[in-house]
Design a protein around this ligand. Sequence first.
Ligand SMILES: [Zn+2]
Length: 89
Amino acid sequence: MHNRRERIEEMLDRLERAEAYLEAGRVHRVEGLPQTYVVEGTALYLVNTGDGECTCPDAEKGHACKHLLASILLERSEQKVPKPLRMAV
Ligand SMILES: [Zn+2]
């Protein structure tokens, strides 16, 4: 069993990798499917932020994987950005 410090380190490692994925443009929203993302990792992984699922091996082991973290980060950033005004042409 890991101690608290080790668990926090693991969590932050995943978060840092998730941020790197996001910055590298490896997280993609799926048009027409809310809360669904495709993340380019070792393979392509499908993420559902609604139920916190990802198709990668890390998530299968029950971890909050970097793909899920990266997708939630993207989702949150999209919610924070005000929608641009639509100009009539
Ligand atoms: Zn994953």
